[in-house]
Design a protein around this ligand. Structure first.
Ligand SMILES: Nc1nc2c(ncn2[C@@H]2O[C@H](COP(=O)(O)OP(=O)(O)OP(=O)(O)O)[C@@H](O)[C@H]2O)c(=O)[nH]1
Ligand SMILES: [Mg+2]
Length: 546
């Protein structure tokens, strides 16, 4: 490990992006009592998920798709890996690093097939689904490797087929295995997945819950305009396109504001209001919840009837096909989370992240009492919850981060009443943008991370130029895990005076540029460096290469 005596060292994390004062090596999450708690939203309809595709045709279609998928799999073994997570969590970088390391024979000591030299080659092949956009692997890798820039945000679903030729570990397996596995990697927004609970909700239920959530103290200010606009309309008035549009725009603006909020509030449905994909402006997206609805049938021709019809269209034309065509065909799933951002924002944001992970896991829970839904949903047998971007921490904190994610996942599994698949966790960096070093401060030796902060990143008033390497003291994660979770439980509601004040803005991490890749004497670029990516690979596909 190198020592950096002359570099400026920065202490980051809450409240104190300042040059390192002596003796402040620890920061306390426990002192963040003033953080946001988003309240007790619990979908009463979680149980509906898989089993809520109520019509026989839906189930029959799914079963047929599943059967044909399996039949094809018999001839050319394939594994369908879903990669999801909320926006900016790190999905695209994860997939790029996953593929790059396999194609370029990266250093993967925890990935048994690679370690024992049984992988002959890995290469990209044409993907099986013609109607799904291809994951633009080459563009993403060019950005990472040549330009040292992070890939652009990807706002829809995409897919890539990676084929691995390998030799089985045992002679017995060698006799029966084809020595070839195709991994179909499907990148899709977690926001779309969180739409699945809508399938079991009527428009009146959806409206009521949306207003309940919007009125919680933590969201009340963000939803004020939309609620005021809604209060002024009469659901029973004649349907009017302009009113529908104004309400939909205002509702979408509120959902977007939640997403951008410094309190790191996670997503509320409908997911396409945040990421419309190619549906922008379509009637299926031009609706909004209405206040004070009774269970009575809406008058035909009324605003309520129009909104209700569009809500049902959203379920029929957006949510169901997505579930049927993509989710039910997955074999394995990784859920990428940005736990560091949530940790940085305080226990309220952690609770919110836990709620999102709970709902995501609930989407993969096998259906109950229905043989068709049981049949397809049992396909996902492994789920990995991965906290990425661990390269923002010194390695001494990696195990702590993993322990925090384990606690979060355990709580989510318990709350979602989840069974049916192995759930594991990992703290990783798909692309490691930093190195480690130590800095001497008087008699103290401090562990630091060293990297090139992105152009225009700021620390304490200093703006970086995107070229200068800097050593940063990353702080320690607390060893007492309880401190990062709000112990007051999910029914505790945040009152406005408990919010972080504006003069205590959420601290953003300093973002580093992707690393400079070393080249061999022959000019060949080595694979992207990572932290524990191999552990993720072993869990997700290792057994299929045994
Ligand atoms: N240091 C570091 N930063 C990362 C890593 N993975 C992701 N990031 C950062 O997180 C940002 C988002 O990563 P993406 O992979 O684009 O996230 P995404 O989930 O695909 O985001 P959307 O496409 O917008 O949904 C990147 O631009 C990087 O700044 C990592 O392994 N290490
Ligand atoms: Mg992406």
């Amino acid at each position: 490990m190198r020592e950096f005596n002359d570099l400026l060292v920065w202490l980051r994390f809450r409240n104190s992006l300042t040059a390192l004062p002596q003796g402040t090596a620890n920061f306390g999450f426990a002192t963040q009592g003033g953080s946001v708690y988003i309240g007790s939203y619990r979908s009463p309809e979680r149980r509906i998920l898989a089993s809520s595709l109520t019509t026989f045709t839906d189930e029959a279609k799914i079963a047929l798709d599943t059967l044909s998928g399996r039949a094809t799999g018999l001839f050319s073994p394939s594994l369908r890996l879903g990669v999801t997570g909320l926006s900016r969590a790190g999905k695209t970088v994860f997939i790029s690093a996953f593929v790059h390391n396999l194609i370029h024979g990266g250093r993967l000591p925890l990935f048994a097939a690679q370690k024992s030299g049984r992988i002959a080659r890995a290469f990209l092949e044409e993907q099986p689904d013609d109607a799904v956009p291809r994951f633009q692997y080459e563009d993403h890798v060019a950005a990472l490797v040549n330009d040292r820039l992070w890939p652009d945000s990807t706002r829809a679903i995409s897919e890539l087929r990676l084929t691995i030729e390998y030799e089985s570990a045992s002679g017995w397996s060698r006799m029966f295995s084809s020595g070839k596995l195709s991994v179909d990697i499907v990148d899709y927004p977690g926001e779309w997945l969180l739409d699945l609970p809508l399938l079991g909700k009527s428009y009146a239920d959806f409206s009521r819950e949306a207003f309940e959530m919007a009125a919680l103290p933590v969201r009340a200010d963000l939803s004020k305009e939309w609620r005021a606009l809604s209060a002024a309309v009469d659901p029973n008035a004649d349907a009017d396109e302009m009113t529908a549009r104004r309400l939909a725009d205002s509702f979408a603006a509120y959902l977007k504001a939640c997403k951008l909020d410094e309190r790191a509030l996670s997503t509320l449905p409908p997911g396409r209001f945040l990421m419309p994909g190619d549906l922008e402006g379509s009637p299926a997206l031009t609706f909004a919840p209405l206040p004070g609805l009774s269970e009575r049938r809406a008058r035909s021709g009324s605003l309520q009837a129009m909104m209700e019809r569009r809500y049902e269209a959203y379920k029929t034309y957006v949510v169901k096909p997505f579930f049927r065509e993509h989710i039910t065909r997955l074999d394995r799933q990784i859920v990428v989370i940005d736990a560091l951002q949530a940790l940085n924002a305080g226990p309220g944001a952690m609770a919110d992240l836990e709620r999102a992970v709970t709902e995501i896991l609930a989407c993969f829970r096998p259906g109950r009492g229905n043989f068709l839904t049981d049949f397809f949903s049992r396909r996902i047998d492994r789920i990995l919850v991965a906290a990425t971007k661990a390269d923002h921490l010194h390695h001494e904190s990696h195990d702590r981060l993993q322990a925090i994610v384990r606690r979060l996942a355990d709580r989510a599994v318990a709350r979602a009443n989840f069974t049916g698949a192995d759930v594991d966790v990992v703290a990783l960096a798909a692309v490691r943008a930093t190195r480690e070093g130590t800095v001497k401060q008087g008699r103290e030796t401090l562990p630091v991370i060293i990297g090139t902060p992105l152009k225009d990143e700021k620390i304490n008033g200093e703006t970086f130029d995107g070229k200068t390497e800097t050593a940063i003291f990353p702080g320690d994660l607390p060893d007492k895990i309880d401190a990062v979770f709000d112990v007051s439980g999910p029914d505790h509601r945040q009152s406005p005076d408990h919010r972080q004040s504006n003069d205590d803005p959420a601290i953003r991490f300093v973002r580093f540029r992707p690393p400079k890749l070393e080249r061999t004497a022959e000019g060949v670029t080595l694979s992207l460096p990572h932290i524990r990516l191999d552990r993720a690979l072993q869990f997700l596909i290792g057994d299929r290469l045994a």
